[in-house]
Ligand binder design. Structure first.
Ligand code: CA
Length: 228
């Protein structure tokens, strides 16, 4: 199983450091940052499985951060962290776009269980189309369009494209893509991702005179946000 990747947004430095150490001890890769605005930025450029969001932050608070994440179409599940005396309806009702909440103080085991449960959730298949520039993917009908032109894709090509379109502008490693688009474990040196990226370029970029699926040397691939 690939490691779960978590973004911890927490301004209490010692607590954040404890969390990161505890999580990494259990195979969870965690980045810790302090501010909500920074969190929106990070979540946009990295493919996190879960975002762990403290409610009381300097600058914009956890609620506002969550709203901005959703407004920025970051679909990663959000786990809110809150003090016992600070629970209010917004948290209990999860009406800020958060998926779950955890009351401080909590034991690491409980946090791990929540994170793993959230990371296992399939990405929310919203009724809305995925749209990156003039590229449109309809998750319900499995149809893909570049501008007004419908482009037929195989099921696997569609899965790979969906991974890119759920993380527009983010650099995705071959491993990121493998783990999200294939159910079975693949050898990490497999070049299967390159094969599918080539196929997608041949169908979605080249015929339209575009180069949106970029190779990022030494890192992987990125679907450029291109309004073309
Ligand atoms: Ca705090």
């Amino acid at each position: 199983m690939r490691p779960v990747r978590v973004l911890v947004v927490e301004d209490e430095a010692e607590f954040a450091a404890l969390l990161v150490a505890g999580l990494s001890h259990h195979g969870v890769l965690a980045d810790a940052i302090v501010e909500g605005e920074q969190a929106v930025q990070m979540a946009h450029t990295h493919a996190y499985d879960v975002i762990c969001l403290d409610v009381n932050l300097p600058g914009i608070d956890g609620f506002e951060t969550c709203r901005r994440l959703r407004a920025a179409e970051v679909l990663a599940p959000v786990l809110m962290l809150t003090a016992r005396d600070a629970i209010d309806d917004r948290i209990a009702g999860l009406d800020t776009g958060a998926d779950d909440y955890l009351v401080k103080p909590f034991v690491l085991g409980e946090l791990l269980a929540r994170l793993r449960a959230l990371a296992r959730r399939p990405p929310p298949t919203t009724a809305v189309e995925l749209r990156v520039g003039d590229l449109v993917l309809d998750p319900r009908t499995h149809r893909v369009r570049r501008g007004a032109t419908e482009v037929p894709l195989t099921t696997k090509e569609l899965h790979v494209l969906e991974v890119f379109m759920r993380h527009p502008g983010a650099v995705l490693s071959r491993f990121d893509i493998l783990e999200r688009a294939w159910d079975a474990a693949f050898e990490s040196h497999s070049n299967v991702v390159d094969v599918y990226v080539r196929a997608l370029r041949a169908k979605l970029d080249r015929p339209f005179g575009r180069e949106t699926l970029e190779t990022v040397r030494g890192a992987g691939y990125r679907l450029r946000v291109d309004e073309g």
